[in-house]
Design a protein around this ligand. Structure first.
Ligand SMILES: *Cc1c(COP(=O)(O)O)cnc(C)c1O
Length: 479
C-alpha cells in the first residue's frame, strides 16, 4: 500500500521508473472520478520556515528526551531509539492485519515469544497482547474475573475490594463493570490485613493490588492477602504498573496473584503518554487461560498460528492483535536486556529512588517507613510555612527544566509528591534535582507562587486546562 501512495504523490525518479514498471504500478492508480480537481489549500512557505515552526512546537512541550521526568507511578524511563528504528523498518511497516497468517509467520513468532517472555517475567501461565493500556488490561482482567465467577455459578459475587492507595484507574474499572467498590484503609502505608479480612466475604469477586504499592512500599503481607481472598473464593488482580521495582527479583505469580497486566510503556520502555498507542498485555494462571480474549498466538509443531478457540473466552477487547509496533519495541527491549539486564534495571531503579529519597529527607517531609522500592512519596507540608503548596513547587520545577513529580497522589498523603526517578537517570541528574528543590525552598515565596515563567504557557487553571484545553493557535485566537 505504502508503495502506491508514494508513487502517486511524487513523480518517479528515472531510476524508479523501471522498478515501478516491474511492479506494474501506474503513476496515478486512482480513478479519474476521485482525483482532485483543484490544488489543495496548503500554505506555500519555504522549507526552513516549516522546520522552524515544527522545531518551535517541539520545544513548547516537555518529554523524556528533554530532561528528568520523575512522574511517580508512570515509570518515565528513557526510551532507547533502537526500538524506534526497528519499528520503522519496512518489514514491520509493510504488513497488514488482514494479511493471511501464512504471510506473517515472523510477526506471529515475535508475538508468541513476547507472550512467553511476559508470562515468565510475571510468573503467569499465559498472556494476551491485545489490551492497549494498563487501564484496558484492568478491564480485561476484571471481565475475566466476572466470566469466571459466572461460569462457576457464582454470579452473585458483586464486590471488588481495593486499598485506599489504589491508582484511579482501579476504581474506574470496578465501576465500569458495575461492581460495588469496597475500599479498605491502609495501616502504616500497607494493606491492613484485619480490614481486608473484615471486607472479604462470599460476595467478593476479587481484590486489586499493586506491589510495591503506590507509596513505593513492598506489601510484605501479600501471601496472607492472597490467602484471605482465595479463602472466600475471590481472585487476586495484580496491577503491573510498578513491575519496574521487582522485575527479575520476584514475580506476581509467586505472590499468588491470578491475573495481572503489564504496562509495556512503563516497564518495557515503549513511548508513553500523549494519547499515543500503549500496550497493556494481561497474564493469567493456567486455570484462567481459557478465558483470555481471542485470538492469541500459539505454536503448533514448530508453526505459529492464531488461536480463536478458547473455551471460555471473553471475546475480543481490541481490534486485531493489539498495538503491534509497541509490542515489537518491548520485545526488542526485553531481548536486548536479557534476564540479567532486567534484574539490573529494577535494582538501579530502586537504588536511584532510595538515593533521591535520602537526598530530599530534611527538605520535604517523609511519611511512612524508610526503605522504598522504585518510587517514594514525600509531603510538601514544609512549604506551608512559606504560604506555598506542593503545586507551587511542582510548577517552579518546570522553570529549571525538570518535569514535576506526580502531585496530590496517593490521596492518603497530605500535599503528596510522588517521585520516581527510574533507572536511566545518573547520580548527577538526581543531585541537580535535589539541589534545585532546596533552592526553590529558599526562593521568594511570592515569586514561586507565580511560576512557571520559562515555559510556553504560564500557570493554567488546572480544571479548565484538562476539560477545555486550548490546543491550537486558532482556538487561542477565537477565544
Ligand atoms: C499507570 C497506572 C495504571 C494505568 O495504566 P495505563 O497504561 O496508563 O492505562 C494503573 N495503575 C497504576 C498504579 C499506574 O501507575
Amino acid at each position: 500500500m505504502s508503495h502506491i501512495y508514494r508513487q502517486a504523490k511524487y513523480p518517479n525518479h528515472p531510476l524508479m521508473e523501471k522498478h515501478a514498471e516491474e511492479r506494474k504500478i501506474e503513476n496515478n492508480p486512482f480513478p479519474e472520478s476521485i482525483a482532485r480537481k483543484e490544488a489543495p489549500k496548503i500554505p506555500d512557505i519555504p522549507e526552513h520556515e516549516v522546520v522552524r515552526h515544527f522545531n518551535r512546537l517541539s520545544q513548547m512541550n516537555f518529554g523524556i528526551d528533554n530532561g528528568l521526568y520523575p512522574l511517580g507511578s508512570c515509570t518515565m524511563k528513557y526510551n532507547p531509539k533502537y526500538t524506534e528504528d526497528l519499528a520503522a523498518s519496512e518489514e514491520v511497516n509493510d504488513i497488514h492485519p488482514y494479511m493471511h497468517e501464512d504471510f506473517i509467520k515472523g510477526t506471529l513468532q515475535i508475538m508468541y515469544e513476547l507472550q512467553e517472555m511476559l508470562a515468565e517475567i510475571g510468573g503467569m501461565h499465559s498472556v494476551t497482547l491485545q489490551p492497549a493500556a494498563g487501564a484496558q488490561g484492568e478491564l480485561t482482567g476484571l471481565m475475566i474475573i466476572d466470566e469466571y465467577h459466572k461460569k462457576n455459578g457464582e454470579s452473585h459475587r458483586n464486590e471488588v475490594i481495593l486499598p485506599d492507595t489504589a491508582h484511579g484507574t482501579n476504581p474506574a474499572t470496578v465501576s465500569m463493570l458495575g461492581y460495588k467498590l469496597v475500599e479498605i484503609p491502609s495501616k502504616d502505608g500497607c494493606v491492613d490485613l484485619e480490614a481486608l479480612e473484615e471486607a472479604a466475604n462470599e460476595n467478593t469477586a476479587g481484590f486489586m493490588l499493586t506491589n510495591p504499592n503506590t507509596l513505593g512500599l513492598f506489601e510484605e503481607g501479600v501471601i496472607e492477602i492472597a490467602e484471605i481472598i482465595h479463602d472466600v473464593g475471590g481472585l487476586l488482580y495484580y496491577d503491573g504498573a510498578n513491575l519496574n521495582a521487582i522485575m527479575g527479583k520476584t514475580k506476581p505469580g509467586k505472590m499468588n496473584f491470578d491475573i495481572m497486566h503489564f504496562n509495556l510503556h512503563k516497564t518495557f520502555s515503549t513511548p508513553h503518554g500523549g494519547g499515543g498507542p500503549g500496550a497493556g498485555p494481561v497474564g493469567v494462571t493456567e486455570e484462567l487461560s481459557s478465558y483470555l480474549p481471542v485470538p492469541i498466538v500459539k505454536k503448533e509443531e514448530e508453526k505459529y498460528c492464531l488461536d480463536y478457540d478458547l473455551e471460555n473466552t471473553i471475546g475480543r477487547v481490541k481490534g486485531f492483535y493489539g498495538n503491534w509496533s509497541v509490542l515489537l519495541k518491548a520485545y526488542s527491549y526485553i531481548i536486548r536486556e536479557g534476564c540479567d539486564g532486567l534484574t539490573d534495571i529494577s535494582e538501579r531503579a530502586v537504588l536511584n529512588s532510595n538515593y533521591l529519597k535520602a537526598r530530599l529527607e530534611g527538605t520535604l517531609d517523609l511519611p511512612y517507613r524508610s526503605l522504598r522500592k522504585h518510587e517514594f512519596v514525600m509531603s510538601g507540608n514544609p512549604l506551608n510555612e512559606k504560604g506555598l503548596k506542593t503545586v507551587d513547587l511542582a510548577k517552579r520545577l518546570l522553570d529549571y527544566g525538570f518535569h514535576a513529580p506526580t502531585v496530590y497522589f496517593p490521596l492518603i498523603v497530605d500535599e503528596a509528591l510522588m517521585i520516581e526517578p527510574t533507572e536511566t537517570e545518573r547520580k548527577e541528574t538526581l543531585d541537580d534535582f535535589a539541589e534545585i528543590i532546596e533552592e526553590i525552598m529558599s526562593e521568594d515565596p511570592k515569586m514561586v507562587k507565580g511560576a512557571p515563567y520559562n515555559t510556553a504557557v504560564g500557570r493554567v487553571d488546572e480544571t479548565k486546562a484538562a476539560r477545555k484545553p486550548i490546543i491550537s493557535f486558532r482556538m487561542k485566537e477565537e477565544r
